[in-house]
Design a protein around this ligand. Structure first.
Ligand SMILES: Cc1cc2nc3c(=O)[nH]c(=O)nc-3n(C[C@H](O)[C@H](O)[C@H](O)COP(=O)(O)OP(=O)(O)OC[C@H]3O[C@@H](n4cnc5c(N)ncnc54)[C@H](O)[C@@H]3O)c2cc1C
Ligand code: SF4
Length: 522
């Protein structure tokens, strides 16, 4: 198969899937190229053993770290991209994150657009992805032009108790904004059943607002929209001037196929998009396509993340745990005036998931017992863009990911604050204050202990900006050097902030979608 289209989008995740949906009603001929297939609907979708211990849906691709050691990335190649597996915590960046922010470890640079430029698209993205939340409780919440269309997902009793404890000591805990199709008023009619295998798993009943369910499937009802699965884009070729992409080279079913379009949008995830541009070097673009600045592949960020288990003698019977968050330390505290980050939850851990992460076992506990008695926190702090943290290719064109963590002290402080908070919980009726046993770190990186493999929040490798010397994309996410080339996945971030990235990728894809409609006269 070959053909010419108005727009080709490469990659069907948060960025590409959302853009596909935005452009589908335009009548323009769209081709979405996705290297993966649909996630099979099967009972293993909800098996922690299959998903977390055996890594059934992880790519088998091997990357390398900067020392040449093999890296098995925790990432997924399917229709809908990593949104099929995400926890659907859909946060806006804070308004301040768009400006320059001073951190303990350096400066987080300003974005070339202001929060207000993205705000209308955040609202559209929240409505599209059916976010359930509550405005004005999170003390760092940026202003919004419309309420959420769905109220917040309620806390189960143990989480409500913790929320009350946090509020009692003066914090302002709030409900995580979540893209799940839950109707708590009418559970019988609710598509979401509020299960314990959401975060990290595909949803067997299609109740998670992921890019396939919410964007790609409805977009395909338009006759002008085409999806090709198993379509691995290996190279982009340009005209002799180097000013436009003229050929999109695809490997599909062992055969090479070539497509072309007026506009080509790369959205393969921050690591694969950078790799694709680097692989597409030619005489006019000797260091990689659109890489005259040399920034393509650089400034890789992925957050400083931890999963911390707070163990109690009493069990934690919570099923759907990811409902509570705390942002009181996001910009620092009176005692330590540097941004620290964000505290929330992961899905409830069980013994299989713990076994995969190989945590230190608390003395006197088994993995199963730990899992039944833990509150499982997710802590995120901002990592800063370092040009030496980067994606490159080895001699065979395989991905090499070099990363040295930075700005780690704020994360240690955040963990210490959580530790303090857990000691201030209300006295348990059975064990008194002795109920809390302590905080234990769980290695995040499933199936291996290589921290670098946890690339869930990858971003920053094809940054946008005003200056073509220091950025690869302009403010519309168009390549400075290639007129018809755009990038709309997490690559465009100039800084990573400290909340989950997906909603910002979706909102930006809608923004770029409006720009493209203007460009195409649609
Ligand atoms: C377990 C897990 C939990 C997460 N939880 C959250 C959360 O709660 N909240 C949040 O905001 N974020 C979360 N994330 C992160 C979120 O999923 C990502 O930020 C988001 O999906 C990134 O969108 P993207 O468009 O940049 O890339 P992706 O969604 O990764 O999409 C890229 C797509 O491109 C395809 N592709 C790659 N290379 C090629 C190629 N050469 N040719 C064709 N196709 C290609 C891939 O198969 C993939 O479908 C989570 C991620 C994981 C893994
Ligand atoms: S049913 Fe609800 S909680 Fe369970 S995986 Fe689906 S969206 Fe998540």
């Amino acid at each position: 198969m070959t053909g010419h289209f108005d727009v080709i989008i490469i990659g069907s995740g948060a960025g590409g899937g959302t853009l596909f949906h935005a452009l589908a009603p335009s009548g323009k001929r769209l081709l979405l190229l996705e290297r993966g297939e649909y996630v099979p609907r099967e009972k293993d979708n909800w098996s922690t053993r299959a998903v977390n211990l055996e890594g059934k849906y992880n790519t088998r691709e091997t990357w390398r770290d900067r020392d040449g050691r093999p890296l098995h990335p925790h990432t997924n190649y399917f229709v809908g991209g990593n949104t099929k597996f995400y926890g659907a915590a859909l946060f806006r960046l804070r308004r301040e994150d768009f400006g320059e922010v001073k951190h303990w470890g350096g400066v987080s640079p300003a974005w070339p657009i202001a929060y207000e430029d993205l705000e209308p698209y955040y609202t559209r993205a929240e409505h599209l992805y059916q976010v359930h939340g509550e405005r004005g409780v999170d003390p760092t919440d940026p202003p919004a032009s419309a309420p959420y269309r769905h109220g917040p997902v309620s806390h189960e009793p143990r989480i409500q108790q913790l929320s009350d404890d946090f509020a009692r000591v003066g914090l302002r805990p709030f409900h995580v904004p979540l893209g799940v199709m839950l109707n708590e008023k009418d559970p019988h009619a609710s598509r979401c059943i509020r299960c314990d295998t959401c975060d990290g798993h595909p949803c067997l009943v299609s109740a998670k607002a992921d890019a396939q369910v919410v964007c790609i499937d409805p977009a395909l009802a338009h006759p002008n929209a085409t999806l090709l699965t198993g379509a691995h884009v290996t190279r982009l070729e340009t005209s002799s001037s180097g000013r436009e992409v003229t050929r999109v080279v695809v490997e599909r079913g062992g055969q090479a196929e070539v497509y072309s379009a007026e506009v080509v949008v790369v959205s393969a995830g921050a690591i694969n998009s950078a790799a694709l541009l680097l692989r597409s070097a030619n005489g006019k673009h000797p260091h990689g396509l659109a890489n005259g600045s040399g920034v393509v592949g650089r400034h890789y960020m992925g957050h400083v993340n931890s999963v911390m288990m707070a163990l109690s003698k009493c069990p934690n019977p919570t099923v759907f745990q990811k409902t509570l968050a705390v942002n009181d330390f996001y910009f620092g505290s009176p005692e330590w005036p540097h941004p620290m980050g964000h505290i929330s939850f992961v899905g409830k851990l069980d013994a299989y998931t713990l076994k995969a992460g190989a945590p230190a076992i608390a003395p006197g506990w088994t993995l199963d017992l730990m899992a039944r008695h833990s509150l499982d926190f997710w802590l995120t702090s901002e990592d800063l863009p370092d040009p030496d943290n980067r994606v490159t290719l080895d001699r065979d064109g395989n991905i090499v990911l070099s990363y040295t963590p930075n700005n780690e002290e704020p994360h240690r402080r955040l963990v210490a604050r959580l530790q303090q908070l857990m000691k201030q919980q209300t006295k348990c009726a059975v064990h008194g204050h002795e109920c809390h046993e302590g905080l234990f770190a769980r290695s995040l990186y499933l199936g291996q202990r290589i921290p670098l493999a946890g690339v869930a929040h990858q971003n920053g490798t094809v940054r946008f900006g005003h200056d073509s010397q220091t950025s690869a994309l302009d403010v519309n996410c168009r390549a400075h050097e290639v007129d018809n080339l755009y990038v709309v996945d997490g690559s465009f971030f100039p800084s990573s902030a400290a909340v989950n990235p997906a909603l910002t990728i979706m909102a930006n894809a809608l923004r770029v979608g409006d720009h493209l409609r203007g460009r195409l006269g649609a």
